[in-house]
Design a protein around this ligand. Sequence first.
Ligand SMILES: NC(=O)c1ccc[n+]([C@@H]2O[C@H](COP(=O)([O-])OP(=O)(O)OC[C@H]3O[C@@H](n4cnc5c(N)ncnc54)[C@H](OP(=O)(O)O)[C@@H]3O)[C@@H](O)[C@H]2O)c1
Length: 237
Amino acid sequence: MLPMEAPGADRLLSGWLQTSVACNLIARDRQRAANSGRSPTWFAYGQADIEYCQSLSRREGRDVRASVFVGTSVDGFIARRNGDFDFLPEGGGEPHGYEEFLASVDVLVIGRHTYEKVLTFDSWPYAGKRVIVLSSRPLHLAKVGGAVLEQMSGTPAEITERLSGSGTQHAYVDGGITVQRFIRAGLIQRIIVTRVPVLIGDGIPLFGSLPADVLLRHVLTTTYPSGLVKSEYEVLT
Ligand SMILES: NC(=O)c1ccc[n+]([C@@H]2O[C@H](COP(=O)([O-])OP(=O)(O)OC[C@H]3O[C@@H](n4cnc5c(N)ncnc54)[C@H](OP(=O)(O)O)[C@@H]3O)[C@@H](O)[C@H]2O)c1
């Protein structure tokens, strides 16, 4: 049970424990309390509540940690409308942690558009990594050297659950539409955005509409001599 302290809180939370909403509230409340050094704000919860939410999260495949690592223009675009990203520095620019990040993931989950773009590169950039290409249509996945490719489709929750079932621990989610769907589903835990000092005015956006605010905790911002600004956020809700 959640012992309520605020007037009306019991009505507000009634039934929510059966959903991940309550779990998100608990997680957010705990995070805020930890950040501020105070005890949880307006309700208390017991160990049983936390364990229930942890088991719910596991059932939903949330033991898979999913991250976004992306480069954007300062006005927030990951590519031009035609898919080109000539405004990003050639070869990713000066080292800013991409290689280390890539080494930390055991699977990439990329949208079909991103996959088709990557196929035009001189070489396959994810050699040796398991790559899931998302598409709702039949795809003939390329036999590129060193590629370990699979196709999946479904909701982000279904995909995450399948990844969890196959032992995935850290997934790299990439592609504008794909990232937006996963964020909307609450299935991204970390967002690392590297902004390139340019405005392009129009293009494919990294972020899109949301049913509710997504709270972030700023972890670190690093600036680089070439003008890259890398910011890392933890997703709280
Ligand atoms: N700047 C960067 O760091 C960066 C990073 C990645 C990509 N990009 C660029 O961004 C562009 C691509 O982004 P985008 O927003 O156009 O698309 P995207 O996310 O790469 O691909 C979208 C497509 O993926 C499929 N898809 C996504 N989620 C799915 C799901 N849950 N189930 C089934 N299919 C799903 C759908 O394909 P179907 O239509 O086949 O169903 C959808 O149309 C490319 O130009 C790429 O080069 C830039």
